[in-house]
Write a protein that binds this ligand. Structure first.
Ligand SMILES: [Zn+2]
Length: 267
């Protein structure tokens, strides 16, 4: 700690108190799982921010013209959205042309699946695994949680600068990313897997398809221990282990659903 004059110490103390109040005011229970979540935004902000970002994405990305993929995503998306039971969200599901095997969700219920991911799907239930995962990110408000954490990280950065000087800022950024931001991203990924599994089952898709899909995906996307530590995505085996543990609960949901099995086959 630098030898600070009394007025600077008072500024630091005030800043620490304000940050602590900010954390207290921002702690809420995450929807569905009840995990403690930092959230500085209300849900209307999710909807407005998501809709604006979605317009920008649609203007930049190429929408797929593949009739089979589009029909499959609309069919599965409709079923998952019904299972999500979130009338305040204006759900939209779009296939974008891309060689990247990826998918994403924006706040407020906008979901994109990239065209190359369809090469991995054998049936609707495997597509429902990814759609369920993305819908879960939107429902659990993960983007806005990350934005809230970034606000807090920036406050911490100011405090470090006030107390220790600018030279410590890069070390603070790296440490806070490794110790706080990345583990939270992985927590969100595992939460989206779990909620997504329940959603696909509630929508009528056999939840065992989630295991077949993520097994295929993890073979493509293998990361070692170091890779996982530095990655926003959980290790494939950790993901599968959690899904196996949640399978009995998902099968209970599935038995109460309209039981579509694996839905339409793509092969
Ligand atoms: Zn995810």
């Amino acid at each position: 700690m630098r030898n600070l004059p009394a007025c600077a110490r008072r500024i630091c103390a005030g800043f620490v108190s304000a940050t602590a109040l900010l954390i207290l005011a921002g702690c809420v229970s995450a929807p569905y799982t009840g995990r403690t979540q930092l959230m500085f935004y209300d849900e209307n902000t999710d909807i407005t921010a998501g809709a604006e970002a979605w317009q920008q994405v649609k203007a930049q990305e190429k929408v797929s013209t593949n009739a089979t993929s589009n029909a499959a995503l609309q069919r599965v998306g409709r079923n998952i959205a019904a299972a999500a039971n979130k009338p305040s969200y204006d759900w939209e599901f779009v296939v974008f042309e891309s060689s990247e095997a990826n998918a994403f969700a924006l706040p407020g219920g906008k979901v994109a699946v990239y065209s190359s991911l369809f090469q991995l799907f054998d049936n609707d239930a495997e597509l429902a695994t990814v759609v369920g995962h993305e819908v879960a990110h939107a429902l659990a408000r993960h983007s806005m949680e990350r934005s809230s954490q970034s606000v807090l990280q920036a406050c911490g950065g100011v405090l470090v600068e006030l107390a220790l000087g600018q030279d410590w800022t890069p070390a603070y950024q790296t440490t806070s990313n490794l110790l706080a931001m990345l583990p939270y991203s992985r927590t969100q990924e595992l939460e989206a897997d779990y909620l997504g599994l329940l959603l696909m089952a509630r929508a009528g898709y056999d939840p065992r398809a989630a295991l077949t899909f993520w097994e295929k995906f993890s073979k493509l996307n293998q990361v070692g221990v170091v890779g996982e530590f530095l990655s926003t995505h959980p290790d494939g085996e950790k993901r599968l282990e959690q899904l196996r543990e949640a399978l009995a609960e998902a099968q209970t949901e599935y038995r109460k659903s309209k039981q579509l099995g694996t839905g339409q086959s793509y092969r």
